[in-house]
Design a protein around this ligand. Structure first.
Ligand SMILES: Nc1ncnc2c1ncn2[C@@H]1O[C@H](COP(=O)(O)OP(=O)(O)OP(=O)(O)O)[C@@H](O)[C@H]1O
Length: 250
């Protein structure tokens, strides 16, 4: 998509984004001036040592935290200009979330969990859309089960179905494979890749796993709250080497 000025308009964009915690000598700059664009159908992995600002950046992208300065724009809308209702609506309709801990409601069945965001928005579920998502994630025979009756892989696929049902522009995934075994982790990463390449979703994933990062189109390396490099379609060895370099800077 191009703007009248010829600039490419990103689905998600940060401009000089800064998040500082505390004041005076104990102040910590968790995100130190990050300007980034995330494009449609682009799958980005964010890596970096512990404390480098990955979670803070994700919280800012999700509108869960407010920048000290700079801005986050989702489909051109500056999150800081939205009131609480507008922000809740944008997060419910345009941003999907997948977390390491699945975050499913234990009292609800898989289907009820998947439909929850729509119900909260007061919208009727589109059965065809539900069937399509459920089929693509191989959940057809598990819909009546509660989370405790599902494997970890199935629970995370339910969480992904919930995130994808509303056709969000952006999917934010925080260590989505962190609690999964290798096989289920790889399957989830394949689903994420399909969601970006075939469905056009903009995906941003924080991971500590160099192999998981190779499923992304690009890997952004953070250290000390700043961006210290980008790798395009790297191998796991290239990711490992880059992370080691970032850690040696700490
Ligand atoms: N609420 C807070 N109050 C004060 N400092 C904070 C707060 N949240 C994060 N920080 C600090 O900001 C820096 C970045 O933290 P952040 O959690 O974003 O790092 P991270 O890269 O996600 O780390 P990890 O990989 O361990 O999850 C750290 O120094 C952290 O201690």
């Amino acid at each position: 998509m191009n703007t009248p000025t010829g600039q490419r308009s990103s689905t998600l964009r940060t401009v000089d984004l800064v998040r500082r915690y505390g004041v005076g000598e104990t102040a910590v700059t968790a995100v130190a001036g990050v300007s980034l664009g995330f494009e449609p159908a682009q799958f980005t992995a964010i890596m970096g040592p512990s404390g480098s600002g990955k979670s803070t950046l994700m919280n800012l992208l999700a509108g869960l935290d407010t920048p000290t300065s700079g801005s986050v724009l989702v489909e051109g809308q500056d999150l800081a200009r939205l009131d609480d209702r507008g922000l809740t609506r944008l997060r419910r309709e345009r941003i999907g979330f997948v977390f390491q801990a699945f975050n499913l409601l234990p009292a609800l069945t898989a289907e009820q969990n998947i439909l929850l965001p729509l119900r909260l928005a007061g919208q009727r579920p589109d059965r065809d859309r539900l069937d399509e998502v459920v089929r693509s994630l191989r959940l057809g025979d598990r819909l009546g089960h509660r989370p405790t009756e599902l494997s970890g892989g199935q629970q995370q696929r339910v969480a992904l179905a919930r995130a994808l049902l509303t056709r969000p522009a952006v999917l934010l995934a925080d260590e989505p494979t962190g609690a999964l075994d290798v096989t289920n982790g790889r399957e989830l990463l394949e689903r994420l890749r399909t969601a970006s390449s075939e469905l056009g979703r903009t995906i941003v994933m924080v991971t500590h796993d160099p192999v998981a990062a190779t499923y992304a189109d690009r890997v952004l390396l953070m250290s000390d709250g700043a961006l210290h490099g980008t790798l395009e379609h790297p191998t796991a060895e290239q990711v490992l080497a880059a992370v080691a370099r970032a850690e040696s800077r700490c």
